[in-house]
Write a protein that binds this ligand. Structure first.
Ligand code: GRF
Length: 201
């Protein structure tokens, strides 16, 4: 089977990138890792694995950044763009350019706790279950169709760190899994909206 060329976008630690690299999926070719921060720890994982890295920072406007990022990504002609802790809001134009082949991992059981500080908010809300979701990226933040979720228990003695660690462990399992399914060509995005209302198939 032909390998799926992917580009991974990071901003920081890169533990999800590491999980994707370590999965050594025979169906996946990581063509490049792009960071919007030159200090992103994850760049090291890419370098250790001899994966090409690119850093894009110092752009004045979001539009300029998005344009440069799009050019940079498209050089590699990826069939899948993987956001792995990429902490930038992307413009609708950018997202639509990759419609159907851009995915993200979010540390909550979406649609619960969209946005930042999910573990803190989960603890404050006293939920007894938390987790992570991999989803297709659409114009609306953390709202695209969900591919896979992992659930973890929340214990009374948990703090942000313990809960984050438990969720992160699951992230490292489900992100390579989602990419593998994508590489196998098993997804089909199939949504119909009537007057802005999603019609379930
Ligand atoms: C992860 O929790 C991911 O779900 C979120 O940002 C964090 C990135 O962690 N989007 P890492 O850089 O992959 O270690």
């Amino acid at each position: 089977m032909k390998k799926l060329p992917i580009v991974v976008l990071i901003s920081g630690r890169g533990s999800n990138l590491k999980a994707i690299i370590d999965a050594k999926d025979p169906l996946v070719d990581i063509c490049a890792v792009i960071s919007n921060k030159s200090q992103a720890g994850g760049l090291l994982y890419a370098k250790q694995a001899n994966i090409k890295t690119e850093v894009l920072d110092n752009f004045k406007t979001r539009a300029e950044f998005d344009k440069a990022l799009q050019i940079c990504i498209d050089k590699y002609q990826p069939k899948l763009v993987v956001l792995a802790g990429f902490m930038r809001i992307l413009s609708p134009e950018f997202v639509n350019h990759y419609q159907g082949y851009i995915i993200n991992i979010h540390p909550s059981l979406l649609p619960a706790f969209k946005g930042l500080h999910t573990h803190k908010r989960a603890l404050e809300s006293k939920v007894d279950k938390h987790g992570a979701s991999v989803h297709f990226v659409t114009e609306e933040l953390d709202a695209g169709p969900i591919i896979i979720q992992a659930q973890v228990p929340v214990f009374p003695e948990d703090n942000e760190e313990t809960l984050e660690a438990r969720v992160l462990n699951e992230e490292h399992r489900i992100y390579p899994q989602a990419i593998h399914w994508f590489a196998e060509g098993r997804f089909k995005l199939n949504e119909v909206f009537l007057d802005n209302q999603l019609i379930e198939a």
